[in-house]
Design a protein around this ligand. Structure first.
Ligand code: SAH
Length: 394
């Protein structure tokens, strides 16, 4: 087994449980390192730190899975970790549809598994974990297949980050083929999830609790939901008593699904689904002096790299500034950022700058991270990515 010896300065972070070893943090590689190989990692004093999968093609050279030399990385380990992940969610009361495995935060680096009723949408985002796809599929079958006729697994590996790992992007069935659509129950609302065509794994489960938090702010309100995808915030708003909701997304597919979802919930008379660029629409509607009681902004991650943070901040500032201008005095801005490169204090600051430019006062009502089925580790800051605010704009 190839041995990786860490440079002195970085040992501490990794010994404290951060599972990533970057290629520039290594003092020595002893052996002929192969892509996907399980390696042993030692600190600069040759003390064992852990074992994990390596990829010499990736900037993240090793992702650690275990910190005991006797612990093996095999089907049993994956089974144990997936069972632990399930137990944690069950303890919190999750049923039916939830994120079952959230990568590093469930000690399964680069693995994502979302459960939508009896269907599983999975992503293997690093070369090492991709080698264990069959074992993972097997474990899911063992735990969940029961007598259920509708059990199914679909891979949503159409993620550019896989190419940095030397993997191709792909999608498809990892079980017997099935109709990859299902209607989930989210906070009592019906949401159609298209596992093959929805964004990312098919649906954004990370905002489930945050959507429920809308209830007190939308009664009889006129609501604008920008970047609405399949309309989940819009449907919650309408279901919680909003008078009228405009849901905007640039994707025709997303808007159509949002419309279907509105019908499924008997809310179609209250929800108008618009296919448009939210930047343009926000600008046009502020010129027209349109006013709303609640504006929701849940944009895509404007940056997927550290290098692009400045551009992303300009994007956040622009939409938040425009969003605030569209609010009636005392209205509520629901604003989010889902990029872990934008740290919470930076996001807060950019909203504050937008408020200063707009001449508004911000009263913070609520701040939440991603839902508990997407837990985050304090020692792995990359696992905290979602910031969700409800702000009163005065
Ligand atoms: N609010 C959604 C998730 C939003 S994800 C939910 O709760 O499910 C981001 C969405 O923004 C995607 O659906 C994407 O199609 C859309 N999008 C990306 N760029 C956009 C733009 N410039 N204008 C409008 N929508 C955009």
């Amino acid at each position: 087994m190839t041995k990786i010896i860490l440079s002195p300065k970085i040992s501490k972070r990794i010994e404290q449980g951060h599972p990533w070893v970057y290629d520039n943090e290594v003092a020595d590689i002893q052996g002929d390192l192969q892509q996907g190989e399980i390696v042993e990692v030692f600190n600069h004093k040759k003390k064992f730190v852990g074992k994990g999968y390596a990829n010499p093609r990736s900037h993240i050279l090793v992702r650690l899975l275990v910190n005991h030399p006797k612990e093996e990385i095999n089907r049993n380990l994956f089974k144990k970790r997936i069972e632990q992940a399930l137990k944690y969610r069950q303890q919190l009361g999750y049923q039916g549809s939830f994120r079952l495995v959230f990568g590093e935060a469930d000690f399964l680096p680069a693995l994502v598994i979302d459960k939508f009723n009896d269907y599983f949408s999975i992503q293997t985002l690093a070369f090492g974990i991709d080698q264990f796809k069959n074992e993972i599929v097997d474990v899911l079958e063992e735990i969940f297949k029961k007598e259920s006729l509708s059990f199914g697994i679909y891979e949503r590996n159409d993620v550019p980050v896989r190419e940095l790992e030397g993997l191709e992007q792909k999608t498809g069935f990892l079980s017997k083929p099935f109709e990859p659509q299902t209607i989930i129950n989210e906070n009592g609302f019906k949401m159609l999830v298209d596992i093959a065509n929805g964004q990312k794994t098919g649906y954004f489960l990370d905002q489930t609790a945050n959507r429920a938090a809308l209830a007190p702010f939308v009664k009889n309100a006129e609501v604008l939901d920008c970047f609405s995808h399949t309309g989940s915030f819009a449907i919650h708003a309408a279901g919680y008593g909003a008078k009228k909701v405009s849901a905007v997304d640039i994707s025709e597919f997303a808007s159509k699904t949002a419309q279907e979802n509105a019908k499924l919930n008997g809310l179609e008379s209250k929800i108008e689904c618009i296919t448009a660029n939210a930047f343009d629409l926000l600008s046009d509607w502020s010129k027209e002096n349109r006013q709303f009681d609640v504006v929701i902004l849940d944009p895509p991650a404007f940056t997927k790299s550290r290098g692009n943070v400045e551009n992303a901040l300009r994007g956040y500032k622009e939409i938040n500034l425009r969003g605030m201008k569209l609010l009636k005095k005392g209205g509520f801005l629901v604003t989010c950022s889902c990029s872990h490169f934008i740290k919470p204090d930076i996001f807060k600051n950019v909203i504050y700058e937008a408020a200063l430019d707009a001449g508004k006062i911000v009263r913070e009502v609520l701040y939440k991270p991603q839902g508990n089925d997407h837990p985050f580790l304090w020692n792995v800051e990359e696992t905290l990515y979602l910031k969700f605010y409800i702000l009163q704009i005065i």
